[in-house]
Every structure is written in structure tokens, then in C-alpha cells.
Ligand binder design. Structure first.
Ligand code: MGD
Ligand code: SF4
Length: 729
């Protein structure tokens, strides 16, 4: 086959143009009259973001009605957020992928042909076998994340690859997790261990809780504030959280590390740090004190634009409430390329306040001791994502999307095939728009498993339509959190159209690849039942209750004067990191000033809005109604310079000449004059997303300058600048 063209799915492969009004009215907004039909409830775990709230799906006469939270779920406290309640929209979306698609060439043109599952799976398996025979199975890269990714990790490890790169590693949490791990020997975890309900002081640094909506977290945040916690928000944008704060610090973008060092300087020079805690648990204090000596508030003022007095007052406020002061670790930490060092500074500041392991700070997490299903051992892969890093990023714990994508370009590329599960790479990975196209030209196989005709499907050889989370079983939820619990996702509906659950797709591929011994069960519910039986429960019980809590085995907080051994090499909190020094990195965080904006350009800041998660929800018909498009936030002074009014359409052009789609202007003092802000996930270019196509602008395409964090391979995305194009190009 010749060069792989980007294929736009034609209308013939999709469904009806509009969502039937009967279905829309039946999914939450208007409950059916009581007693009018047979109501059934089925347990689920929400898939609309990664917070994994447990809920109940209500159907009436098998038709969708509503999804509500499971009151027994301590993690979500029995509630769902807007997006979770709108989860039925994912199920009902008329633009869903409906049948397997195969790229074919006819009359010199490439197009997708709708095929049977047998044909699609045979094709994918044959190509995988060919790659394994000619190059080795380790030459297939896997981009997958979320609950269902476990099925494909299992399949592909059994096949013989170890090259996995989920976007929620390099584009999200990598730097934070490694920064805290190097300091405490433990990570923060996917469900943050922040004890905000009991905090007396909460500090948010570029973390816009409330707009960035992780349900349980927002509830504990609100509870903390309701109980009178002081809130300090550091953000160049007046976020919703800033509106609740006692102190809003509108910092110059990219200078957060300077502020963190200055706060440490105040705590140490004024003797406000937790001396007993540091003496008992930490190592390297004297070196730290020496390191931050010159980082006075006056020094930080010149970097951050924040008055020395406000830096001192906020440091004292934190110390006054310690150890119940939480300097929040954030989540999406791929900012400026020195992100592990910023995360280390956050970790160290918390140590000075004595908040790790303390009430109102960070609690200790626990999960249920749930045995793994007894699969045979996986074969050892001849190479893995570490080899792709070629000696760089020594503290990485997963593959970097950008690296694996770049290593897939050209005849001699390391990778010959891709399997992509639940990841829309063109929108979630920055700086690779062209690289993905080049890789698509040289790869022997691209398999995409998705529910929607997203941008990534246009690059596929074979598209395998997964049913939504409301139509399938997935692995039991068992994460490290405050209260150990298990939760079940099971089908509330029959699979729609010709879509299939991820576990079924993985198993069918496995059977065709001769991997029968890794799939000794017929239905994934057998695996779940086996695991549940090991902890005294059963599938039957969980189908009835949805969530089961287990008693903790260890304490939530450190005991008073407890001799705790931190799982670091020294057994202590490492303020000075020998591990970093041994690899030639700064053992304590060192500040580097951000790149200056070119004249006439503004720093591009992006973030979340409560109605949407990344690009996955913007076509959801229920959530589209809540927020159909994004806007670009512009300060009134900047707007005056450019003669822009609220609601005007502009395009944004970045420092490398990349031009965005049209986007409306929102003139607001909530953003400073040096930056603009837009919500992530909009401006789709996939035509079959009939609601979201070309509505709003996409931040990712404007992020062409990616600064790799040398410690983790995390992709710094905030060193990009844009200007306005007011006449449409
Ligand atoms: P989405 O854009 O939501 O984000 O990265 P992604 O998870 O790739 O794409 C999810 C894909 O999964 C979509 O194609 C969707 O249709 C598909 N999908 C949804 N549900 C299912 C399902 O049940 N089964 C299957 N098979 N597919 C499903 C997120 C990543 O993005 C993260 S975690 C962060 S923190 C980063 N945020 C971010 C940002 O803020 N700005 C920019 N510019 N880039 C970012 N990239 C990162
Ligand atoms: Fe779903 Fe909202 Fe919970 Fe995320 S926070 S899992 S979208 S209910």
C-alpha cells in the first residue's frame, strides 16, 4: 500500500445525523413518571475522567434514564459531577463508531471499508505476526490508558512488547510523581492523597480545583474551605478557586519555582519550619538552608512580580497552620521542562511544614490486597521503552509518547507497529502533528481501539470500535486511597451496533496470535469473580452492591513521634537528593527563568473546564449543551491594543507560525496582560464529530515547542506564545 492518507470517516459509516429527542429526554434531565416502567439499577464506574467514581445506572424498561453516584463509595462520596451525570451522552452519541473499519485502496484511492470483526481481527493479527517474525514483537509500541488499558497491556506483554507510553504519563503526572518519589520514596497516586477536608491552610499553585473537576477532591476542598481553611492561590489567572481565596498571587507565568524557593527561605530564616519533624525524618536540611539563603522574597519579586511582603505573609500563614497546611502537589505537571525540580520544591516545602503523613496534609494510602489472576509469566521483551529513551530520562517509570512516536518515523525506525487504546494522540500529545503523519507513512500497522471517530482513527489501518463503559466489564477498581475499597463496572446495556468490549477484542486478538494460555477464560467476568472470591466477596455480591469497603490495615497518619522509615534509599525524607546528584542533576531544585515572549506575543496558558475532559467529551451531546465551545481569555488592556471586543472571532498564531481555528474572544480581567488562556480539548478536526467539528480552537496544535524534562521525559508544554490574527486567513 502507498503512503497512508489521513482518512475522514464518511457519513455512510456512521449513524443518523441527530440524536433522537426521545433518548435525550430520557437521560437524566426529565425523569420518567414514577411507576411507568420497570426500573433497573446496575453498578458502574465512571469513565468520563480518570477519577473513577462509582455510580448506579438507572434504566426504565431497559432504556437509559440516569446515572447517579453510589452512596457507599467513600471515594466520590455518593456523588457524580456534571460530566459523570452526562455519561449517558457517551452511550447515546449518534456519532459513535459502529462497526470495524479497514483501510483499503480502491481505484487508486484509500478509504475505510466496513468489515466483519473476523476480517478486522484477522488482518490485525496477521500484520502483528508479520512484524514479530520480521522485526520482533518488541517493535510494536502501545499507547493506552484508563481502566480498559489493562486488557491491552496484558495482550501486548503476552505478545512480547514492553514499549508502553500512556499520555497520562509524559503529558500529565510524570514529573509530579517522580519529584515526590525522590523526596519521600512514595508517589502522590492517581487519586491524590490530599487531606483537604481537615486542612487549615490550602495552597494551590496553578491547580484550578473546581474547574479541574475531580469529584471527591472538589468535595474535600469545599469542606476544608467551609470549615474555615485559609486558601492561598498562585495563578496568573483569576481561577474559580482564586475567587474563594484569602490571598490570590497573580504570578508571572513560569516563575513558580522562584516563589517556592523564597517561601522556603522565609520558613528557614524566620525559624518557622517544623524543627522536630525535620530532625526526626529529613536528611540534607543544612544543605537546603544554604541553597535557599540567597532566594529572598526580594530576589523572588524580580522574577515573579509578587511583592516581598505578600511572600512573607503567606509563608507565615502556612507556618501558622502547619502541619495542617497542604501545599497541593497539582496533577498535570508538564509545564516548563524543569518540572521534576518544581515538584521536588513542592515536596520539600511540604516537608518543612511537616505535612506529609499528618492530618490536614497528606494521608497514607492503602489498597485492598486483591490477588492478581494467575496468568502464565510473560515472555521477556527483547527491548522496551527504556531502550527507546537511549540513555535519557533516567528516572522515567513509563514510556514517553513523543519519544515512541519519533522513533516510529522512517524505514529504519525502531517501531513498526502501533496499538492505540483510548488515547487521541493528535490532540493529547503536543508537538507531534507532523511526526504522527510521518510515522503513519512508515509503520506497517496502526490499530486503533476507540469508541468515537476521533482524530487518531484517521491514521489507522484498522479501527476496532469498543462499546462504551456502560456496556462492558472492566478490571475491578482497586486504587491506593484513604479507604480501601473495590468497585465494579458491569454492562448496564447490551452492546450497541457492532461494537465490542475491550476484553473481548484483546482476547480475540490473543487467540489469533496463538496466545490462548493467556486467555484461559471465556468471559472477563470470570476473572473478576475469581479475584473477588479471594477476598471473601463474589461477582454476585458486587453486582448487588457495586462498592465494597475494607478495613484499613495501617494508620491514616503518622503516629506522634513515630519512627517511620521512608522508602527512600536513606529511609528519610531526602531534601538533598543523592540519587539526582549521582545522575548529574541538581540535588536541590534550581530556578531557571522562563523564555521571554517575542514582542506582540502572549504566553499561551490552557486548562480544564468543569463540563469537559480533554477532547473526549466535546462531542458528547449532553455535555455539548453545557459548554459547546471554548473561548480565548484576553485581558482588557490587550483587547484594547488589538481593538477586540467580547465575542469577536480571532485566530491565534504561535511563535512558529502555526495558525489555529477561529475562536471567540472573552475579554476579562481574570487573565493578566501577558498571557491568554483557553480550555483544552476543543477545535476538533475530525469531521465525523458532527457537533464538535471545528467548534472552538485546539490548544495542542499551538504547542509546537515542547521542553522535555531531562529527569523524567515529561513534555513541558507552556513555553509557547501566540498573537492574534483578526482577519480570517
Ligand atoms: P482525550 O483527548 O480525552 O485524552 O489524553 P487522552 O486520554 O488521549 O482522548 C481520549 C480518547 O479515548 C478519545 O479518542 C476517546 O474517544 C477515547 N475513548 C473515550 N472513552 C473510551 C472507551 O471507553 N474506550 C475506548 N477504547 N476509547 C475511549 C489525556 C492527556 O492529555 C492527559 S491525562 C493530560 S493531563 C494532558 N492534558 C493536556 C492539556 O491540558 N493540554 C494539551 N494541549 N494537551 C494535553 N494532553 C494530555
Ligand atoms: Fe466521572 Fe466526574 Fe467522577 Fe470524573 S469526577 S469519574 S467525570 S463523576
Amino acid at each position: 500500500m502507498k503512503r497512508r492518507e489521513f482518512l475522514k470517516l464518511s457519513g455512510a459509516l456512521g449513524g443518523a445525523a441527530v440524536l433522537p429527542s426521545t433518548l435525550l429526554s430520557g437521560c437524566g434531565a426529565t425523569p420518567p413518571p414514577p411507576g411507568s416502567g420497570v426500573v433497573k439499577v446496575t453498578p458502574t464506574i465512571c469513565e468520563i475522567c480518570f477519577w473513577k467514581c462509582a455510580g448506579w445506572v438507572h434504566t426504565e424498561d431497559t432504556k437509559p434514564w440516569k446515572i447517579v453516584g453510589n452512596p457507599e463509595d467513600t471515594h466520590s462520596r455518593g456523588r457524580l459531577c456534571t460530566r459523570g451525570s452526562g455519561g449517558l451522552g457517551a452511550f447515546l452519541d449518534p456519532d459513535r463508531l459502529r462497526a470495524p473499519l479497514l483501510r483499503v485502496e480502491e481505484g487508486g484511492k484509500q478509504r475505510f471499508r466496513q468489515v466483519s470483526w473476523n476480517e478486522a481481527l484477522d488482518f490485525a493479527a496477521e500484520r502483528l505476526k508479520k512484524i514479530a517474525a520480521e522485526h520482533g514483537p518488541d517493535k510494536v509500541a502501545v499507547f493506552s490508558q484508563a481502566a480498559g488499558a489493562a486488557h491491552f497491556r496484558h495482550l501486548m506483554r503476552a505478545y512480547g512488547t514492553d514499549s508502553f507510553a500512556p499520555p497520562d504519563y509524559a503529558q500529565c503526572r510524570a514529573a509530579r510523581e517522580v519529584g515526590f518519589f525522590l523526596t519521600y520514596g512514595e508517589t502522590i497516586g492517581g487519586q491524590e492523597r490530599t487531606d483537604m477536608a481537615n486542612s487549615r491552610c490550602i495552597v494551590l499553585i496553578g491547580t484550578h480545583i473546581g474547574e479541574n473537576l475531580h469529584n471527591g477532591q472538589v468535595q474535600t476542598f469545599s469542606e476544608g474551605i467551609h470549615k474555615g481553611a485559609t486558601l492561598i492561590v498562585v495563578d496568573p489567572r483569576f481561577s474559580v478557586a482564586a475567587g474563594k481565596a484569602k490571598y490570590w498571587l497573580p504570578i508571572k507565568p513560569g516563575t513558580d519555582l522562584a516563589l517556592l524557593l523564597a517561601w522556603m527561605n522565609v520558613l528557614i530564616t524566620e525559624g518557622l519550619y517544623d524543627k522536630d519533624y525535620i530532625q526526626r525524618y529529613a536528611l540534607g536540611f543544612d544543605k537546603l538552608a544554604e541553597h535557599v539563603k540567597t532566594h529572598t522574597p526580594e530576589w523572588a519579586y524580580l522574577e515573579t512580580g509578587l511583592e516581598p511582603d505578600i511572600i512573607r505573609r503567606t509563608a507565615r500563614e502556612m507556618a501558622g497552620n502547619a502541619p495542617a497546611t497542604l501545599v497541593h502537589p497539582g496533577r498535570h505537571s508538564a509545564w516548563y521542562g524543569d518540572d521534576t525540580q518544581r515538584a521536588r520544591a513542592l515536596a520539600i516545602l511540604n516537608a518543612l511544614l511537616g505535612s506529609w503523613g499528618r492530618e490536614g496534609g497528606f494521608y497514607m494510602q492503602e489498597e485492598v490486597e486483591l490477588p492478581k489472576y494467575p496468568y502464565p509469566k510473560y515472555p521477556k521483551a527483547a527491548s522496551g521503552w527504556q531502550d527507546a529513551n537511549e540513555g535519557k530520562y533516567p528516572f522515567a517509570y513509563d514510556g514517553t509518547t513523543n519519544v515512541l512516536i519519533e522513533q516510529s518515523v522512517g524505514k529504519d525506525a525502531r517501531y513498526k507497529g502501533w496499538l492505540i487504546y483510548e488515547a487521541n494522540l493528535p490532540v493529547s500529545v503536543p508537538g507531534v502533528t507532523e511526526t504522527i503523519k510521518q510515522a503513519a507513512d512508515s509503520l506497517d500497522l496502526i490499530v486503533v481501539v476507540d469508541t468515537m471517530p476521533m482524530e487518531i482513527t484517521g491514521h489507522a489501518d484498522v479501527v476496532l470500535p469498543e462499546c462504551t463503559y456502560l456496556e462492558r466489564y472492566d478490571p475491578i477498581r482497586n486504587d491506593r486511597r484513604r479507604q480501601p475499597s473495590l468497585a465494579l463496572r458491569m454492562p448496564a446495556f447490551d452492546t450497541q451496533y457492532d461494537s465490542k468490549p475491550g476484553w473481548w477484542i484483546a482476547r480475540e486478538l490473543g487467540m489469533r496470535l496463538g496466545l490462548e494460555k493467556y486467555f484461559p477464560w471465556k468471559d472477563y467476568s470470570e476473572v473478576i469473580d475469581w479475584q473477588l472470591q479471594q477476598v471473601g466477596s463474589s461477582l454476585q455480591e458486587m453486582q448487588r452492591i457495586g462498592v465494597k469497603s475494607f478495613p484499613r490495615r495501617t494508620a491514616v497518619y503518622l503516629g506522634k513521634d513515630e519512627d517511620y522509615h521512608f522508602p527512600t534509599p536513606s529511609g528519610k525524607i531526602e531534601l538533598f537528593s543523592d540519587q539526582l546528584a549521582e545522575h548529574g542533576f541538581d540535588p536541590m531544585p534550581r530556578y531557571t527563568p522562563p523564555d521571554p515572549a517575542p514582542p506582540g506575543f502572549y504566553q499561551l496558558i490552557y486548562g480544564r473546564m468543569p463540563a469537559h475532559t480533554f477532547s473526549r467529551t466535546t462531542n458528547n451531546p449532553l455535555l455539548f449543551q453545557v459548554m459547546p465551545e471554548n473561548t480565548v481569555w484576553v485581558n482588557p488592556l490587550t483587547a484594547a491594543d488589538w481593538k477586540l471586543k467580547n465575542g469577536d472571532h480571532v485566530q491565534l498564531k504561535n511563535q512558529d507560525g502555526v495558525l489555529s481555528n477561529r475562536v471567540r474572544v472573552r475579554v476579562t480581567e481574570r487573565i493578566g496582560p501577558n498571557a491568554v488562556f483557553m480550555a483544552h480539548g476543543f477545535g476538533h478536526t475530525a469531521r465525523r464529530l458532527r457537533l464538535a467539528y471545528k467548534v472552538g480552537a485546539c490548544d495542542t496544535e499551538l504547542i509546537t515547542r515542547v521542553k522535555m524534562d531531562p529527569i523524567t521525559g515529561s513534555t513541558g508544554m507552556r513555553s509557547n506564545f501566540v498573537t492574534f490574527v483578526t482577519q480570517e486567513v
